[in-house]
Design a protein around this ligand. Structure first.
Ligand code: SF4
Ligand code: SF4
Length: 132
């Protein structure tokens, strides 16, 4: 079967991408409280899988990665707000569109071509993080 990847996040086609924040971010902070997965952090802020999710202790993520949900992780960016790809579901399961992109005043929340997942994978990730 041929695998076709799509760049349009509004597409109804099966492959979607996590969202990434570009260096055009002005650090306004508008996106962070809008994320239903707590996947957005301020630059230089440490993050955890457990933050804003139901994950506790040792877990195996849907992508097979084994992690300690409570373990403090190093920031992905020191300068600007960043999104943790493992926690971003493109808002699937909560909203019709990515909420960070909807509120960003400078449109710097864009599809991350390095993190392509299907609708099913994103929904499975959402259900995995919010099972209670
Ligand atoms: Fe969070 Fe949704 Fe933005 Fe992903 S797309 S970082 S889940 S607000
Ligand atoms: Fe940066 Fe946009 Fe988030 Fe503001 S809303 S912190 S500009 S990504």
């Amino acid at each position: 079967m041929e695998l076709i990847l799509y760049k349009n996040t509004e597409s109804k086609l099966p492959y979607e991408m996590a969202i990434i924040i570009t260096d055009e971010c002005i650090n306004c902070g508008a996106c962070e409280p809008e994320c239903p997965n707590n996947a957005i952090y301020e630059g230089a802020e440490e993050w955890r899988y457990a933050d804003g999710t139901d994950l506790e202790g040792q877990v195996v993520l849907p992508n097979g990665k084994e992690v300690d949900a409570y373990e403090i992780q190093i920031p992905i960016s020191d300068d600007i707000y960043y999104i943790v790809p493992d926690k971003c579901t493109e808002c699937k399961g909560f909203h019709e569109e990515p909420q960070c992109a909807a509120v960003c005043p400078v449109d710097c929340c864009v599809p991350d071509e390095n993190h392509v997942e299907s609708d099913e994978e994103l929904l499975a990730k959402q259900a995995f993080m919010h099972y209670k």
